[in-house]
Design a protein around this ligand. Sequence first.
Ligand code: 2RA
Length: 348
Amino acid sequence: MGYRVAVVGATGNVGREILAILEEVNFPVEKMHAIASRKSKGVEVSFGDSTIKCEDIEQFDFSSVDLVLMSAGGGVSREWSEKIGKAGPIVIDNSSAFRMDPDVPLIVPEVNPDAAKLATKKNIVANPNCSTAQLVVALKPLHDAAKIKRVVVSTYQSVSGAGKEGMDELWNQTKAIYGLGDATPKKFPKQIAFNVIPYIGAFNEDGYTDEEAKMWDETHKMIDPSIKLTVTCVRVPVFVGHSEAVTVEFDRPIAPDEAREILREAPGILVVDKQEHDGYITPVDAAGEHAVYVSRIRKDPTVEHGLSFWVVSDNLRKGAALNAVQIAQLLDETGVISPKSGYRTLTV
Ligand code: 2RA
């Protein structure tokens, strides 16, 4: 007995990862539907050993499924997620459209699993932004041990955060710079090959970008609104894996060894922290993996009770698809949904 599941945006980077991870973690699926826009109708995607053909979102009867994993961008979510939720299934929405809606829980299962009980308010659960997901996994156990007063983050975000077009642009520009084509930036505002770009998303009036604002808004919603957080988000020429240099000020002294112990015990984290070259993690090491890696934990002597560290994770996995699947597992384990195949299991 399993769930009737639809993955919307099944042809995208994250949609394909969702299909792969549902299979990897053996999520109980009775029937899987791959949903995409009309232009991708009939395109084949893999689910385990089988191949399924994409169905057109406009034609699909969402009341025939129990669970929808939505990863087709903010516009599609704004148009569809509430309608789908009203039709019966729970929607796990990967866009920013509902993250700050007070009637929609924003969940990282290692951080705020209790929020699952709010899932049926609108039948929507929001998945956080990729750069926030890995950050809060590292911050939460430290905040439980010694209250965090202030966080300073610089991100090093891979091009896959901007979708397949972002990956293609890095690949094509890299070749073009050696004379094999056109290096004109299209997806990113400036050249990304052999460069870094201190801009992700769109500028807000205060001079920050919306990507930066997401990091403090979502951290406040999931952990604690009293945490002060400032951030600079930077795109780097890496295909997969977001990295973050993080400095935290606590309200009491916390030694690097104590932080290492706390993080080692915490769910979802692998501490790799030795002063040697196998002793820290890079995005290439983290790609394809499930963990949030923490390395280079050290005292920041320039502030009272300060620690600095380095956080890396696969942005397509923990930052998107894996977290969405973990939310589905959490809803299943807590009984918010149950696999009564053939019956409508959910009410609004
Ligand atoms: C990015 N954080 O890396 C975005 C994707 N959600 O562009």
